[in-house]
Design a protein around this ligand. Structure first.
Ligand code: COA
Length: 186
């Protein structure tokens, strides 16, 4: 089924809420906020919640790393995958004015498809649709990092046309796991 990539919006919000109610979050176990906290924020002010997902200027507070050090917040844009309802999420981050990333950020892009909507190549389609949007944010390429065992993510990146740059150690923030870095020219 074809999908559409959109900015987070109130039309898709009810199905996004349904996903949270099934305890889904885009970062799974690593989600610092969690589904219930997001549901509470939406209940309090849905418009404010939607607006908070994007920070084009990187104006939010500094990010605290696991070792307690702080680093500047990057610019961030969120996109939702729609197949008529919310189906998944893409998060793009970058340094304003350059396609290069700081050492503490392994890739420009994170993505997730709802477990019950997988197996339809939604991620590959979404990455393809993201390319012109990334260009509009001033990027010449998108780096995509993933754990070496993440075959679905690897295949999705490849199907979108990204090429493997290298294998690397993802460092202490990612439990020193081996990772792959793909690059998609946009
Ligand atoms: C990665 C993810 C977004 C892909 O979702 P999706 O678009 O539904 O992907 P699909 O299930 O359609 O699979 C895409 C491709 O990977 C292949 N694939 C999926 N699981 C696989 C596995 N375990 N082994 C080998 N290939 C696999 C599929 O066969 C398909 O390739 P094909 O079309 O050539 O057959 C989804 O698995 C997910 O949300 N995972 C959790 C979050 C995550 O890991 N994000 C990536 C971090 S960068």
């Amino acid at each position: 089924m074809p999908i559409i990539l959109t900015t987070p919006n109130s039309t898709l919000l009810p199905s996004y809420i349904s996903a949270l109610e099934r305890s889904w979050t885009r970062d799974g176990d690593h989600d610092p906020e969690g589904a219930s906290a997001q549901l509470a924020r939406i209940a309090q002010n849905a418009e404010e919640f939607l607006a908070s997902l994007t920070d084009l200027e990187g104006a939010g507070p500094p990010v605290v790393l696991n070792d307690g050090s702080t680093v500047p917040r990057l610019s961030r844009a969120r996109y939702w995958i729609s197949d008529g309802e919310f189906a998944g999420d893409l998060s793009l981050r970058w340094q304003k004015g350059t396609s290069d990333l700081p050492a503490y950020c392994l890739g420009h892009l994170g993505y997730a498809v709802l477990p019950w909507k997988r197996g339809r190549n939604y991620a590959a389609q979404a990455i393809l649709q993201l390319a012109p949007l990334a260009q509009s944010h001033g990027l010449s390429w998108i780096d995509i990092a993933m754990g070496i065992d993440n075959l679905a993510s690897r295949r999705s990146a490849e199907k979108a046309g990204a090429v493997l740059l290298r294998q690397f150690n993802a460092g202490p923030e990612a439990d020193n796991q081996e990772a792959l870095l793909f690059r998609l020219d946009v």
